[in-house]
Design a protein around this ligand. Structure first.
Ligand code: 5GP
Length: 193
């Protein structure tokens, strides 16, 4: 998506060997106009597939997922990284290793929000090694629901996530695909939408 690639080039900062910081429009401060445009592209791609829920993981998946859910007129559910005392009913859980925080955490979704009738679109801000999306797929399958696809804002194609998801039979749609970082600059490869 050209608009997103331009924004990454303008406002993204490469940190170290493999991290892109985009906190001015995606992961901390949110540019709602860009978010709406991006959500529309992902929603249009999956509109005909009867999606009933959009699922993401807190925190920075929530903004893009909420906009996609609005476009598809379905609920958005975000997996929680910390169990809290209000989660008294049945919960579905998976272990997720966080690429940026380098810790494994148990993520959970209340089982009452997913059923075997659901057709789910997973949405996340980044795809790196695919552990977040894999954990969500695991939870959605525990509910007997179907994962229709994974919509990603920024994919780092030099990491293993895309292949991991394709190997588990799930379609991936990324709005921007980064081939590499070269001397602190972002180099893109052809995106999916
Ligand atoms: P994965 O689970 O695919 O290895 O990593 C995806 C998760 O890690 C995303 O939910 C995102 O929060 C975080 N992440 C991975 N790579 C980056 C990055 O380069 N920049 C930022 N800001 N977050 C990232």
């Amino acid at each position: 998506m050209k608009l997103l690639e331009e924004r990454i080039l303008k406002d993204g900062n490469v940190l170290g060997e493999n991290i892109l910081k985009v906190d001015s429009f995606l992961t901390h401060q949110v540019d709602y106009k860009l978010m709406k445009e991006m959500a529309k592209v992902l929603a249009d791609k999956y509109r005909s597939q009867g999606i009933t829920k959009v699922v993401t993981i807190e925190a920075s998946g929530i903004a893009p997922a909420a906009y996609v859910a609005e476009c598809l007129d379905v609920p958005m559910i975000f997996a929680k990284k910390h169990k809290n005392i209000t989660m008294t009913e049945g919960i579905l859980t998976a272990e997720v290793y966080s690429f940026t925080k380098q810790v494994t955490s148990t993520v959970s979704i209340a089982s009452k929000f997913l059923s075997a009738e659901d057709k789910v679109l997973i949405v996340d801000d980044f795809l790196a090694n695919g552990q977040a999306a894999k954990g969500l797929i695991d939870i959605i399958k525990q509910a007997g629901a179907q994962v229709v696809g994974v919509g990603i804002i920024i994919e780092k194609s030099f990491q293993d996530g895309r292949q991991l998801l394709i190997d588990s039979g799930v379609e991936v749609t990324s709005l921007a695909r980064i081939e590499k970082f070269e001397n602190g600059q972002v180099v893109f490869t052809q995106a999916d939408a």
